[in-house]
Write a protein that binds this ligand. Structure first.
Ligand code: KG4
Ligand code: ZN
Length: 396
């Protein structure tokens, strides 16, 4: 079956055409063509995604990318070139989601084929199985060559989903069933990276800038890479370092909710602690910026990894998935690898598939099509759902 997938939930416009085969537990995919138009440069001067502009860009990009993708997949002259369309319907910026949905609906009417609405977060879960590198922008596209299979993974599965809009721990006792067991009570971890980067006068998007600075700092002779702290050290830190203070060596920031009994996170307090620290210091030189960035990243990643480890123990997890834009972060990847037991199979996305892309939407779309063949929604019933969550997706 040929599936065309569309992603427009935030500031990346993506269109992919894949050939997909197999059942939900042993599907295989071949990417025929894939194009991604990044809007990062457009939003830089606003220091974040400007929704109206993002919507306008999606509208402009979609027909261009479609034409290009069909041509690369050698399907351009076919009357009905694909069998099904998958489109992200949430969560995300509603006005952007609508651009993708209405585009998909128009194509589906023209080609007389069904549309499968896809939960963007389920897309991130499946992104770890994709192998192809999506293109960075419309001028650098990728056609063909990407074949991959989804292996049979053991349940229970835990997914740590970390992006600019979400921070969730999702439990799957069964394949394609999802239960959120923990999430952020305020800011998403990627959002905290972006906001702290702004406080440190680093360019947008902040996440990559902070980790770039921190990697340099880690490599420097002044600071050696710290191992994931022992439980005892973590405990003493959580008690002693509620408020940030300055030492001659480096800075210390709190680890919010580290010892809360649930699997929730909080990053707003950490961000505020950085703000107070910066106010106290006054003028920031480059070295101080790097030290603050390092301590911020250590704190955020410690919180993520510690709760993930606890959830693995409680639910006797066999497979761990870490996905979303923040899954690019080197320190997160290293700490997760270090802290989980040898018996747990870890899946991480490639660098290119960590960020938003339409390959992951195609995978999730195909699997949902196979699973719910008899329950394909009516075309006009597909609605953008900005705050879509896993439980809503299950009920749909
Ligand atoms: O999944 P994604 O591409 O878009 C959303 O759905 O939000 O994630 C984007 C987020 C941004 O907040 C960005 O700053 C963050 O991922 N990010 C990073 C890194 N690279 C991107 N955060 C930490 N370290 C990174 N290296
Ligand atoms: Zn995302």
């Amino acid at each position: 079956m040929i599936i065309l997938s569309i992603e427009t939930s935030c500031d990346d416009t993506g269109i992919t055409i894949m050939e997909a085969k197999g059942e939900t537990r042993n599907p295989s995919f071949e990417i025929l063509a894939d194009n991604l138009a990044s809007q990062t440069k457009i939003h830089i001067k606003y220091g974040g995604v400007f929704p109206v502009l993002a919507k306008k860009e999606h509208k402009k990009n979609l027909p261009i990318l479609l034409e290009q993708t069909l041509r690369q997949a050698k399907l351009k002259d076919k009357k009905s070139p694909v069998d099904v369309i998958a489109v992200t319907y949430g969560p995300g910026l509603e006005m952007c989601l609508w651009e993708g949905i209405t585009f998909a609906q128009d194509l589906a009417k023209k080609w007389n084929i069904p549309v499968i609405p896809v939960n963007h977060m389920e897309g991130h879960v499946f992104s770890v199985f994709g192998k192809n590198k999506p293109a960075r922008n419309a001028s650098r596209s990728d056609s063909g060559g990407g074949k991959f299979k989804i292996p049979k993974v053991h349940t229970p599965i835990l997914s740590l989903l970390v992006s600019g809009g979400h921070t969730q721990l999702v439990l799957s006792k069964q394949w394609m069933k999802y239960e959120i067991i923990g999430e952020t009570l305020d800011d998403a971890v990627g959002e905290a990276f972006d906001k702290v980067a702004r406080m440190l006068d680093l360019p947008y998007p902040g996440g990559p800038e902070i980790s770039r600075l921190v990697e340099l700092e880690r490599k420097s002779k002044l600071l050696r890479v710290r191992n994931f702290p022992t439980e005892k050290l973590l405990k003493s830190r959580a008690v002693a370092l509620r408020t940030p203070y300055e030492s001659s060596f480096s800075f210390s920031l709190p680890r919010p909710m580290l010892y809360s009994k649930n699997f929730d996170f909080s990053f707003a307090g950490l961000k505020t602690a950085v703000l107070y620290l910066i106010r106290k210091i006054g003028k920031l030189d480059e070295e101080t910026k790097s030290k603050i960035a390092l301590e911020f990243e250590n704190s955020a990643i410690e919180c993520l990894v510690y709760k993930t480890k606890k959830a693995i123990e409680k639910y006797k997890i066999k497979t761990l998935i870490v996905a979303g834009g923040v899954a690019i972060n080197k320190h997160l990847r290293n700490e997760v690898k270090k802290s989980i037991g040898k018996n747990i199979k870890l899946f991480l996305p490639t660098k290119e598939l960590s960020r938003d892309n339409s390959i992951m939407i195609g995978i999730a779309g195909y699997l949902n099509y196979i699973k719910n063949k008899k329950k394909i929604p009516k075309l006009d019933n597909i609605k953008a759902t900005g705050n879509l969550s896993f439980s809503q997706a299950r009920r749909a």
